[in-house]
Design a protein around this ligand. Structure first.
Ligand code: BG6
Length: 517
């Protein structure tokens, strides 16, 4: 070790050491919406995984609230089934037993005063017998139409304020409104009861390791930042493709569509991380300032008819099986104009990004499930090779593979071995699996732990949410106007392909092509 003894800081004694596990203090979580898919597939398993990793306090409690005639044991059985089916880490009986001792269930409607009184008594009982010390987070995994009722009830029944020595927090899931106006309304409702530091908005993409790594990659290294600008970057493509259809979510998805479901939140957050300036630190405030600067610098092209694309999946193939088109899905009206694919062109009016389009696309029932950010570089200003030598050479690209094959690929030209000078694209690869032995935690594990720790950097603030709607609203209005005038409707793409021809045409007009991930 090169450090002298006096300089050496024992990491076990250094409270700032990031390698030490961050363990939540005494607390509990109240879950509204326990019967929903999100609770079953993501939230409950994540809570177990956190317990299994030793990151929850020993007396942690989980209270389920729903309109079901359940006793505590019934609720425990539901959590048990979900953990068995979806948890990331192995099932350990002793961990489960200790966790399940803190489970309680409160039956009732959201507007039922008796039920909220019972919730208050339940929490008091847990504070006494489990030592949760008055610290509770209320997780609203419910449709946003009920947020107002629930937060009002929490306030009315004295649940929203923990007093001087304990905390109360609220966790909300998207959609945070369906346009700027409704987002403001929603923010107003939450802000009327909880102070801004106690409101945690989940954008689960920010909880993904590979998304957090964008900042590490950009700002912990020297070699990327000098070329991360309009002098070198030609354009950026952000893709979130899914091979699945809407599944059983017709009720949620119809009328929402791909742009509201994914671009407004996940993809604009990704874009902010890729485009932002270096923050002064990684605390929530500094990050938010930089992300907000990006979002407020976005300008839309003038011709939205030429620079956006939307479409619905038609029947086709997925995973070797014939699948139905969107309009044939159960619960979707034949006349629905909801898009299942959306692509948009955004410009960022800053010195760094002037003239560099950011193309964002997302869709259901595409060729494969993949999310990636591709920074595509300009061609070398001069090629001292014959044109035929570089025929197969495309543009250099840095591809951040968010999922499922997590890693980073650098694409550049290389000489093909042989007597001729022939240059072709090659890839240099970093794969998480090859470099790290530990597997990445699920996004929800990280985010739920951060809520319990009161650590806000990975949660978008309401200003970011509103700025994102400001970007999207004109595009949504443009599409709605087309529908109303009968001038246009979403295009179609065959399930299992890479989207509609209109999206290809959108890039072709700029002399570019989409990557085929
Ligand atoms: C959600 C969307 O936010 O993200 C879903 O509402 C989508 O429509 C999901 O399927 C995808 O998440 P992930 O983590 O599987 O990419």
């Amino acid at each position: 070790m090169s450090q002298s003894n006096s300089e050496y800081v024992n990491p076990l004694r250094d409270p700032q050491d990031r390698r030490l596990p961050r363990i939540a203090g005494p607390c509990g979580l109240v879950l509204f919406g326990v019967t929903g898919d999100l609770s079953r597939k993501k939230i409950m398993p994540a809570i177990y995984d956190l317990a299994n990793r030793g990151l929850l306090p020993p007396g942690f409690s989980l209270v389920g609230f729903a309109r079901r005639d359940w006793a505590d044991q019934d609720f425990a059985q539901v959590v048990h089934d979900s953990v068995k089916a979806y948890a990331r880490t192995e099932f350990r009986e002793e961990v489960w037993k200790q966790l399940a001792e803190g489970f309680r269930f409160v039956p009732g409607n959201f507007d039922d005063d008796v039920a909220f009184d019972q919730l208050r008594r339940t929490i008091q009982e847990l504070d006494e017998v489990r030592g949760t010390d008055g610290n509770h987070a209320f997780y609203l995994a419910i449709p946003p139409g009920f947020f107002g009722t629930v937060v009002d009830q929490l306030k009315e029944h004295g649940l929203a304020d923990g007093g001087a020595d304990s905390w109360r927090r609220v966790v909300v899931e998207k959609p945070f409104g369906h346009d700027l106006e409704s987002a403001r309304e929603l923010n107003g409702i939450l802000a009327g009861v909880f102070e801004s530091g106690s409101i945690f908005r989940i954008d689960h993409y920010l909880g993904k390791e590979t998304v957090q790594n964008i900042l590490a990659m950009r700002f912990a290294n020297t070699m990327f930042e000098p070329i991360w600008n309009s002098n070198y970057v030609d354009h950026v493509q952000i893709t979130m493709a899914e091979d699945g259809g809407i599944g059983g979510r017709a009720g949620y998805y119809d009328g929402i569509g791909a742009a509201r479901d994914v671009i407004q939140n996940h993809l604009l957050q990704l874009m902010s991380l890729v485009a932002m300036e270096e923050p002064t630190s990684f605390d929530a405030e500094s990050l938010r300032i930089e992300k907000q600067k990006v979002l407020s610098s976005v300008v839309l092209p003038r011709r939205l008819d030429l620079t956006t694309a939307r479409a619905q999946y038609a029947e086709g193939w997925a995973g070797g099986e014939k699948v139905a088109g969107f309009l044939e899905e159960e619960g979707i009206a034949k006349s629905s104009t909801t898009e299942t694919y959306a692509a948009v062109t955004l410009n960022i009016a800053t010195r760094r990004w002037a003239g560099v389009p950011f193309y964002l696309r997302t869709g259901k029932r595409l060729g494969r499930r993949v999310t990636e950010v591709a920074v595509v570089f300009k061609k070398a200003p001069h090629q001292p090779f014959s044109a035929s030598s570089t025929e197969d050479l495309t543009q250099n690209a840095l591809v951040i593979r968010i999922q499922p094959d997590e890693g980073v690929t650098l694409r550049f030209g290389s000489k093909v071995p042989g007597t001729a000078m022939e240059i072709r694209d090659v890839n240099m690869d970093f794969a998480y699996g090859g470099s790290f032995t530990e597997s990445s935690p699920e996004a929800y594990e990280r985010l739920i732990l951060d809520v319990l720790l009161g650590d806000p950097p990975l949660f978008p603030r309401h200003e970011e949410v509103e700025l994102s709607w400001k970007i999207l609203d004109p595009i949504l209005e443009h599409w709605a106007k087309q529908d109303a005038a009968g001038k246009g409707k979403p295009d179609e793409y065959e399930s299992g392909t890479w989207g509609p021809p209109s999206a290809d045409a959108m890039l072709a007009r700029d002399g570019r092509v989409w990557r085929r991930p």
